[in-house]
Design a protein around this ligand. Structure first.
Ligand code: GDP
Length: 645
């Protein structure tokens, strides 16, 4: 007897793969998916369990997997205590409600001369996509949304194209394809037609950029690794991104048609990165494919659907639509063109929507094959036109009652964004900030990305960090990598709200500007102890920010005035730098500091101004002070939090 695949054996036994998978789990040898290999011995046991015995006039009974002693007794038609007694003779001590192993059940049935047909326990069988006539309201199964990640040249584009070309959704005319950032394919599994949505924007930059904007779109990540090349730096990056997003990973070992392909080597490499293939006892399914020749693609798709079933993905197709913008651009003649992925409800042609700061009434909707459509249900990507401006990838789409409501929502979002920008945009997650939140009892987790000069020191840093007490705040290492802090590290940090900790490495100019843009905190250290101490203090809520004073400018008081309302104005001449409204300032008389406060108002001639430069005169009012004397010097300064790099 030879080893076989789950899907093949299920077919042979007339069961669904999900039922057989449940059976395998019950036997204590869980398989990762329909493509997983079952060894010859296990296959034989399964055959024995699931093929009704042909013992002459034996009574045939159907019993659920995981049946209890009581269930078994009822099925056989004897008392539970009798079954318990028989079980004891077999060496099994079981209570009435104890679930029994299927081999034990089978053995016992044999003792009573009963033929058993085992059925997967209903709760163990994952739900499938809706068949016609499914429930009419409430959440319903939806197609999975898949992103393909991997190193450059390992075949992402080829795989996406091959899947698209060989599995087009039926009922289309001529198959004119259009790249709109995502597409759906149809796969037939066990006689049932099911859909999968693929995001057509390969690369983890796009994947994490969307997540950094709060959009979680992907349900499953397919990691592609070329069998002739192996795990490369971007493969490792992709693993980190998928892990950080907490999405299941399926590995497609690509280019197996090449003579120098070595899939086994890839599996060993993956294991080194914590992805243990099913063949090695882990839970990561690796499917060998040739994206170029189309080999193994069906198996990959079948596995995607299996993982989707386990996730039990659902959405309510009723009511107003919400979704996410996948990509958008301005087109001559068509205006703002955006691809939206519907996540809940149904999006209809003519709906009024708001997408980020943009809004409008949908003038036309097109699917991934360039066909005009009137509605889009969950997991379906559609291109829409009619928006007031170009939204951004990751923006949330919401349909509104009418155009007015859409416009008001967009305006509100725009005000909120402006307010957020005034406060410095996305809150920067700094160690000090975490520390403050720990003090306030808000932070429960600290995520870090560790970059070190060599593998050994990176591991030492992570080891030291993990040894820190984690009773109040747990530490999550999102990535531990070697080399200078890269832009990709910053992307990942932004997507996971992590702080980047560098040990004996630098952050180059590009990563520093990315960190500035995405509000990511990079801290570099040369001494392990200093690094762990900073993290420990942050986790205990004891890390206070360090501030420094930055001098802005100086002005000399030349005269004082009193307004009719009694406010004292210092008439000054700016001698150095600049003076800005709202800046902190101190008044010096000789060497003595007479007063420290804020500059409330600043006037040049009679106009209110925000700042005034060296060589100009101005009128200045400081909060709560009016006792200036000619010759006083006012020093303006700003207090900034020190960014430790
Ligand atoms: P991407 O950078 O990951 O999108 O990779 P591409 O899809 O552009 O593929 C890179 C190169 O590998 C192209 O020349 C493809 O033709 C080739 N390629 C992709 N898949 C296969 C495959 O299964 N077999 C072989 N022999 N070549 C492949």
């Amino acid at each position: 007897m030879a080893a076989t695949r789950v899907s093949e054996l299920a077919k042979e036994l007339g069961m669904t793969t999900a039922e057989l998978m449940a059976g395998l789990k019950d036997l204590g040898v869980p398989a990762a998916g329909p493509a997983a290999i079952i060894d010859a011995e296990t296959a034989q046991t399964l055959r024995e369990i699931y093929t009704p015995s042909s013992a002459g006039d034996a009574r045939s009974v159907e019993l659920a997997l995981n049946a209890t002693v009581k269930d078994l007794a009822e099925a056989i038609g004897v008392s539970a205590s009798e079954v318990q007694k028989k079980l004891m003779q077999e060496g099994v001590l079981a209570s009435i409600n104890q679930r029994l192993d299927s081999t034990v059940i089978r053995r016992l049935a044999g003792v009573y001369g009963i033929s058993l047909k085992m059925k997967a326990a209903p709760e163990a069988a994952p739900t499938h996509a809706p068949k016609h006539g499914g429930p009419r309201s409430g959440p319903q199964p939806r197609p999975p949304v898949v992103t393909i990640l991997g190193h450059v040249d390992h075949g992402k584009t080829t795989l996406l194209d091959t899947i698209r070309n060989t599995n087009v959704v039926s009922g289309e005319f001529g198959g004119i394809t259009q790249h709109i950032g995502a597409y759906q394919v149809e796969v037939e599994v066990e006689g049932e037609k099911r859909k999968i949505t693929f995001l057509d924007t390969p690369g983890h930059a796009a994947f994490s950029a969307m997540r950094a904007r709060g959009a979680s779109v992907t349900d499953i990540a397919v990691l592609i690794v070329a069998a002739d090349d192996g795990v490369m730096p971007q493969t490792v990056e992709a693993i980190d991104h998928a892990r950080a997003a907490e999405v299941p990973i399926i590995v497609a070992i690509n280019k197996v048609d090449k003579p120098d392909a070595n899939p086994e080597r890839i599996k060993t490499q993956l294991t080194e990165h914590g992805l243990v293939p099913t063949e090695y006892g882990g839970d990561v399914e690796c499917v060998a494919v040739s994206a170029l020749k189309g080999d193994g693609i069906d198996e990959l798709l079948e596995h995607i659907l299996f993982v989707a079933d386990v996730q039990d993905l659902k959405a309510d197709p009723h009511g107003r639509a919400t979704g996410v913008i996948i990509e958008a651009r301005q087109e001559v003649g068509r205006g703002a063109v955006a691809t939206a992925l519907v996540q809940q409800g149904t999006l209809r042609n003519g709906d009024c929507v708001v997408c980020g700061l943009s809004y409008g009434k949908i003038k036309a909707m097109t699917n991934d094959r360039g066909e005009r459509i009137n509605k889009a249900t969950p997991s379906m990507p559609v291109e829409i036109i009619g928006l007031s401006s170009v939204p951004m990838a990751g923006d949330r789409l919401e349909s509104a009652k009418d155009e007015r409501e859409a416009r008001l929502k967009a305006q509100k979002r725009s005000e909120q964004q402006r307010a957020a920008q005034l406060q410095g945009g996305r809150t920067r997650v700094t160690l000090e900030d975490i520390s403050r939140r720990v003090r306030e009892g808000e932070a429960k987790e600290l995520s870090v990305i560790v970059k070190a000069d060599v593998q050994g020191s990176g591991e030492a840093v992570v080891g030291a960090l993990q040894a820190l007490p984690q009773d109040e705040v747990s530490l999550r290492v999102v990535r531990c990598g070697v080399g200078n802090v890269s832009e990709d590290d910053i992307q990942l940090a932004a997507a996971t709200d992590a702080v980047v900790l560098g040990f004996n490495v630098r952050a180059d100019q590009q990563s520093q500007s990315a960190a500035e843009r995405l509000h990511v905190d990079i801290r570099t250290y040369q001494v392990i102890y200093e690094l762990t101490e900073a993290v420990e203090r942050a986790m205990k809520g004891m890390l206070a920010p360090v501030y420094e004073e930055i001098a802005l400018g100086k002005a000399e008081v030349r005269a004082t005035f009193r307004t009719p309302r009694g406010v004292i104005i210092a008439g000054c001449y700016v001698t150095e730098g600049k003076i800005t409204r709202n800046a902190d300032a101190r008044v010096r008389r000789g060497r003595d500091v007479i007063y420290t406060g804020k500059i409330d108002s600043l006037k040049h001639i009679k106009e209110d101004v925000r700042e005034i430069a060296q060589g100009f005169e101005c009128g200045m009012v400081m909060d709560g002070y009016g006792d200036y004397k000619t010759g006083d010097v006012i020093e303006a300064f700003e207090v900034r939090e020190v960014q430790r790099l």
